[in-house]
Every structure is written in structure tokens, then in C-alpha cells.
Design a protein around this ligand. Structure first.
Ligand code: P1T
Length: 379
């Protein structure tokens, strides 16, 4: 089955009691038992819910995986993955990553005795240097948020295998339409479903997909024990969003290319970060592991000052200034003071995240209007 067909049909069965073609919103916390332990597969909605189950099956199939698990947010999914580890364990993470991921690693889990090493993972050699007998997992984001570095998933999988450690990939920016990390040897795929998968800026949700049965059981145990599950109404909205994921992603990529190429030629623009540009330092790896290059673009102005970046952000009409990404509408952001403000300045500077950086989530509007918005804002 091809991706678009999967997006519409995968994991979805007509409702067994009514034949409803759309999975109903099972707005229930509990399920009647005829005798203790005798039920129809559902006991309590923290553990299972039929609407959530349909979504988990759909996501597993889209990622070419065996098991899906949905969470109340992307952070809820990350929290559950990291809770698999013990004090003293070490995790190697990319040094350019979502500020909230950096925050939970350093401000929450470091307090419980876990150690995180941040390295520029687009340089695969830098990873191996940090691996020791305590290392338990590689944490990859690709493209990275917000600098759009591309990390070679197959090379990371080879390293993880060699050292008998796990490889987790935050696939939020790519979506399963653009790349499937499990096919490239990853053990865990994680998503902020809030973004492209839901696609309409109306839901906060996270997901994990794995192949290994034991890994699934450990994660499901932690999920059920700690409780970060999404409600059925949100699951319904995401099931609806998924049905157009392939069509939306095609347009995000098309519009992304036109916007990136416009910025790249603009005399007032300094650097453009988009993996589809042939001069992007990891363009070759991106071309190998991604179907297309996505709709996330960052750039700086030639003047390279925060003040000028803020002026542009204030002038946008369609690139609305807001956190988040991946919805039908275009958004803009200032990572240093918004999504990545929780990363200390010195760390941001080490990874190359400047105060002058502007991040765009290119939406599905007519691209002529988006280019005109850039023209009037940059001047
Ligand atoms: O917001 P939430 O659904 O909890 O997902 C967290 C998350 C995880 N991973 C990546 C790569 C992300 O980009 C995010 C959330 N990011 C934003 C809100 C943002 O504007 O970058």
C-alpha cells in the first residue's frame, strides 16, 4: 500500500457496532465488565481507548512500525522514553534540538541522575567519541529545530548497533511522509503530533512508534503508570488530519522550496537554512534519507542583528508570529526568545543558534502571497 492510501485507510476499521466509516469519539473513562476481568478488551481509558487505539494503529502503519502509542503532548512522549533509564545512565543528544527537549533533559532528568551529552550529530564522528559503557541511547532530531541540520540516521543506527545502545529519532519536522527512521535502523520514532501530523494547530499530542515487543511493553507500562494520555476528541481530530497528511506535505514542500529559493537570492538575507538547497552542508544526506525537504526554513539577515530580525517579525502579515509549526497556516518565530529560550545563551552560541535567527513554518497558502509577505517585511 502506498503512503497516501495508508494515510486514508491504515488502521481504520468501520465501527463494529454501527458501521460508522469514521472512528467514533469514544468519550468514556471506563468499560462495563460482565464478571471481574471479563470485558471486550477495554478496561479504563488511561490504559486503552478505542479512538486512541485506531490512531495508534494508523501511526504505527505510517511509520512502518509494529506498535504505536499516543501521548498528551510531544513532551509527554519524550518524558516516557527517558523514564526507561536508571540513574547513572547516559544519553547522547544532538546539540541543536527543540528547547523543550533540552529543558526536560537538563532541568528535569539530570536531577534524577541521568547524564546528557550534547554533540553536533551531523558530524557522526563526534558521536562515537562520547560513547562509553554507561551510554544507553542516541537522541536524534532531523532536520534539527531550528537550524535544519541533517543527521545521518543510517550512520547513527550503525553506531547504535555496534555499541548495543538504542537509537531514538524525533521525526516531528520530517513526518512519516518524508522519512521513516525505523526502516533506517532506529529503535524508537517519536513525534510531536501537534505539528504536521495533526496539521491544523488545534491539538497538542505526542506519539511513539516501535517495532520491538519488549520495548513497546516497557513504554506502555510507563505510559499507563504515569498517565500522559490524550483524550478521544483529540485523537479523532488527529485521525481526520492524517487523512490529508500526504497532500499537505506535498504542498508544504513545494511552497518551502519557493520560499527558500526566494530568501537565498534576496540581497538583504544572510544565511538560509533549508536542507533542499544544494549548498546546505548536509544536502546529500537529506536527499538520500528524505523524500523531499519539508516546509521548515530558518534564516538570518545580512545585518545579523536581533533588532532587525524583530522588525521583520513584526511586519509579517501571513507568517503569523507564534510558537509551533506544521499547521496549514504559515507561522514565524524568533527561536532565541521563544521556542529555544530555555537553552542558556552559551549553549545556543555553541550550536550556532544566533539571536538574529528567524524561523518560518511555511504553510499551505498561495505561495505568491507568502513571497509578497516576505518582500514587504524584509524590504
Ligand atoms: O509541543 P509538544 O507537542 O509537547 O512537542 C514538543 C516537541 C518535540 N520535538 C520537537 C522537534 C518539537 O518541535 C516540539 C515542539 N516544538 C515547538 C512547539 C516549536 O515551536 O518548535
Amino acid at each position: 500500500m502506498k503512503f497516501g492510501t495508508k494515510a486514508i485507510h491504515a488502521g481504520i476499521e468501520p465501527d463494529p457496532s454501527t458501521g460508522a466509516i469514521m472512528t467514533p469519539i469514544y468519550q468514556t473513562s471506563t468499560y462495563v465488565q460482565t464478571s471481574p476481568g471479563q470485558h471486550k478488551g477495554f478496561e479504563y481509558s488511561r490504559t486503552h481507548n478505542p479512538t486512541r487505539k485506531a490512531l495508534e494503529n494508523s501511526l504505527a502503519i505510517l511509520e512502518n512500525g509494529k506498535h504505536g502509542l499516543c501521548f498528551s503532548s510531544g513532551m509527554g512522549a519524550i518524558d516516557t522514553i527517558i523514564k526507561m533509564f536508571e540513574p547513572g545512565d547516559e544519553i547522547i543528544s544532538t546539540n541543536d534540538l527543540y528547547g523543550g527537549s533540552y529543558r526536560i533533559f537538563t532541568k528535569v532528568f539530570q536531577r534524577y541522575g541521568l547524564k546528557f551529552n550534547f554533540v553536533p550529530m551531523h558530524n557522526t564522528e563526534a558521536i562515537e567519541e562520547k560513547i562509553n559503557e554507561k551510554t544507553k541511547m542516541l537522541w536524534v532530531e532531523t532536520p534539527t529545530n531550528p537550524l535544519m541540520n541533517i543527521i545521518d540516521i543510517k550512520a547513527c543506527a550503525a553506531l547504535a548497533k555496534k555499541h548495543n545502545i538504542l537509537l531514538a529519532v524525533d521525526n516531528t519536522f520530517s513526518t512519516p511522509y518524508l522519512q521513516n527512521p525505523l526502516d533506517m535502523g532506529a529503535d524508537i520514532v517519536m513525534h510531536s503530533v501537534t505539528k504536521y501530523i495533526a496539521g491544523h494547530s488545534d491539538v497538542v499530542m505526542g506519539a511513539i512508534v516501535v517495532n520491538d515487543d519488549k520495548l513497546r511493553d516497557t513504554l506502555a507500562f510507563l505510559q499507563n503508570s504515569c498517565g500522559a494520555v490524550p483524550g478521544p476528541q483529540d485523537c479523532f481530530l488527529v485521525l481526520r488530519g492524517i487523512k490529508t497528511l500526504h497532500v499537505r506535505m506535498q504542498r508544504h514542500c513545494e511552497n518551502g522550496r519557493i520560499v527558500a529559493e526566494y530568501l537565498d537570492k534576496h540581497p538583504k538575507v544572510g544565511k538560509v537554512y533549508w536542507p533542499g538547497l544544494s549548498h546546505h552542508p548536509n544536502h546529500e544526506v537529506a536527499a538520500q534519507q528524505m523524500k523531499d525537504f519539508g516546509g521548515m526554513i530558518s534564516f538570518t539577515l545580512k545585518s545579523d542583528t536581533k533588532e532587525d530580525a524583530v522588525k521583520v517579525l513584526e511586519k509579517f502579515k501571513y507568517f503569523t508570529l507564534a510558537e509551533s509549526l506544521g499547521g496549514v497556516e504559515s507561522l514565524s518565530g524568533h527561536p532565541a526568545s521563544m521556542t529555544h529560550a530555555s537553552i542558556p545563551v552559551a549553549e545556543r552560541q555553541k550550536s550556532g543558534l544566533k539571536d538574529s535567527l528567524i524561523r518560518l513554518s511555511v504553510g499551505l497558502e498561495d505561495v505568491e502571497d507568502l513571497v509578497e509577505d516576505l518582500r514587504q517585511a524584509i524590504g
